[in-house]
Design a protein around this ligand. Structure first.
Ligand code: ZN
Length: 564
């Protein structure tokens, strides 16, 4: 009864807030906050930059899919999901810079404004976060998650256990002291609206597992406890529509790697390609045992019921739409969910094919030994990318020496090391499966050469991101080992034998760093090898002169898939 009364008054308050714009409305501090963009100035494109060339580096791609196999309720839900995704979009802008509209309104140049939308701010995510507008300083490592003037020491001194939560902001109180604010409080109105919409979608869904997930995800947004909804998401096996939504990845927080940023993907399953992948799931425990490392690092068993499915993405919002585009998803990130239920791997086939056709093939033509170009295939690209995601669920999640989870022990180096692991261990798994006769399409050399072409593709994203650093560490390692050689004309030739050796050594090296929670070694490695070598810089310049796009951006929305 008390509860009902509470909710009744809550609804009354919400109605009041929604219906009048007068003095009753209490302004949300996060909406008023200027954020990390300088105030009171206008922004021009930096005069030394060519905005046309910058925009040309992004090939437009239309996100569509065949919705023919969707059920009536799945179709009915889609427009609601687009609306929720729009809210995630708004929240990510707040986390990345603060006040989006105020920022965009002060960019008078149309092309620069378009570029700012692609990057969700004034810093080029594909050029080491350098500012492309005037009047802008370097990007704060902690984005808008922390006060800009906060020092690491000040943060360490804050005695609040929730300060390292993925779902809190760090702000200053009236006296200027640090305080912790939960996302559901900081973004209250938007979170409540998103939750309401998710519950509405849940009410329409005829799929028990999807319905359950949508309801629990609404609760998660309202409470910042995501685990029950992550568990429920793991149980979603047969829905044709999927919705990844909430604060998920930690890449935007480059200060500590703690804070998760909001995003959403709306996905439509590809039933044919999905069945092709599912046969690998049962082989994971065996592969885990075969990792070239000491037995003590192989004690955790990857969930053998982890599923692999193929989707077309029809909408990217927020974090996942900023700068370079993800072509595969491996979630959830919660290690406890991994242990209990494994992870789900979602391969985004339409985005993947776009990158292969528009970027990877032209790159291979410029940089791969003409004799070996035939080994660059979509099949190998698809398999390598797929096993990158599978590999995230392999190896160690918890250190073997009591340092807690690998994520905690490796702190801000975690994502670079983890992405590096996923890439190399994924390739290693493909090689194993070929040896066991489980993968028979094409040949191992296709995977090796396509993998190398893939490194060039990713190198062009710069080294600002965790993926970028991981990519350079792997490139430098391979080059030193002789896994590939560069001839005088700038073509790269893969040496299969040395590639296999280098791959095994690298899998071992990363497994040991993770198992030991060896932060110092991880940090030293990123510092020494996480940047571009001179010869690679020259090669990448050739690609840019050749007009090959660096990435794609999406023309997307309900109108693209004809849902209203
Ligand atoms: Zn990854």
């Amino acid at each position: 009864m008390k509860r009902l009364a509470f909710f009744a008054s809550l609804i009354a308050i919400v109605m009041t807030v929604l219906s009048c714009a007068g003095p009753v409305q209490t302004p949300n501090p996060e909406d008023l906050r200027a954020g990390i963009i300088p105030q009171g100035v206008e922004f021009e494109p930096r005069p030394d930059l060519d905005m046309n060339a910058k925009l040309d580096a992004f090939a437009e791609f239309e996100l569509t899919s065949n919705l023919g196999h969707l059920t009536a309720d799945e179709r009915e839900i889609l427009p609601i999901l687009f609306e929720v995704a729009g809210i995630m979009e708004d929240l990510f802008w707040k986390q990345a810079i603060g006040n989006r509209d105020d920022f965009l309104n002060r960019i008078k140049d149309e092309k620069a404004a378009k570029y700012a939308r692609i990057h969700y701010g004034p810093w080029d995510r594909l050029s080491n976060n350098e500012a492309f507008l005037t009047n802008i300083g370097p990007k704060p490592a902690g984005a808008n998650f922390y006060p800009e003037d906060m020092t690491k020491e000040e943060f360490e001194a804050l005695a609040d256990p929730n300060k390292t939560s993925q779902y809190t902001l760090i702000r200053r109180d009236e006296s200027g002291n640090l305080k912790v604010v939960w996302y559901h409080e900081a973004y209250k109105e938007k979170i409540m609206r998103a939750a309401e919409l998710l519950k509405k979608a849940a009410g329409i869904s005829q799929n028990a597992a999807f319905k359950n997930y949508l309801n629990l995800r609404a609760e998660a947004l309202l409470t910042d406890n995501y685990q029950p909804s992550d568990m429920a998401w793991m149980d979603m096996k047969d829905s044709n529509v999927d919705f990844v939504v909430g604060p998920i990845e930690n890449y935007e927080d480059q200060l500590f790697g703690y804070k998760a940023a909001h995003e959403a993907f709306i996905l439509v399953k590809d039933p044919e390609w999905s069945s092709r992948l599912q046969r690998f799931a049962v082989l994971l425990p065996d592969l885990q045992k075969g990792i070239p490392a000491d037995d003590k690092y192989k004690q955790e068993m990857p969930g053998s019921d982890s599923d692999l499915n193929v989707y077309d993405a029809i909408f990217y919002a927020g974090d996942c739409n900023a700068g370079s585009k993800t072509i595969a998803i491996n979630l959830p990130n919660d290690p406890e969910v991994h242990v209990a239920k494994g992870t789900r791997k979602l391969q985004l086939k339409n985005s993947m094919k776009a990158k292969f056709d528009k970027i990877l093939i032209p790159i291979a033509e410029k940089l791969i030994d003409p004799e070996q170009q035939k080994h660059v295939t979509f099949d190998a690209f698809f398999t390598n990318t797929t096993f990158h995601e599978v590999a995230h669920g392999m190896g160690v999640k918890n250190t073997v020496n009591g340092k807690g989870t690998v994520r905690e022990a490796l702190k801000e180096t975690y994502t670079s090391i983890e992405e590096g692991k996923a890439d190399i261990m994924g390739l290693w798994m493909v090689a194993q499966l070929r040896e066991k006769g489980e993968i028979t399409e094409g040949e191992l050399m296709d995977n090796y050469v396509t993998f190398c072409a893939g490194i060039f593709r990713s190198s062009r994203f710069g080294t600002a991101s965790a993926h970028g650093k991981a990519n350079m560490m792997r490139f430098n390692f391979f080059e030193e080992y002789g896994a590939f050689t560069r001839n005088a004309e700038g073509y790269y030739t893969v040496n299969a034998e040395k590639m296999t050796e280098a791959m095994n050594i690298l899998v071992n090296k990363i497994t040991v760093i993770q198992g030991e929670g060896d932060y110092d070694t991880a940090k030293a490695w990123i510092e020494s090898d996480g940047s571009l070598s001179e010869s690679l810089r020259t090669d990448l310049a050739r690609l840019n002169e050749g007009g090959i796009p660096v990435d794609i951006y999406f023309k997307q929305g309900p109108e693209m898939v004809a849902v209203k």
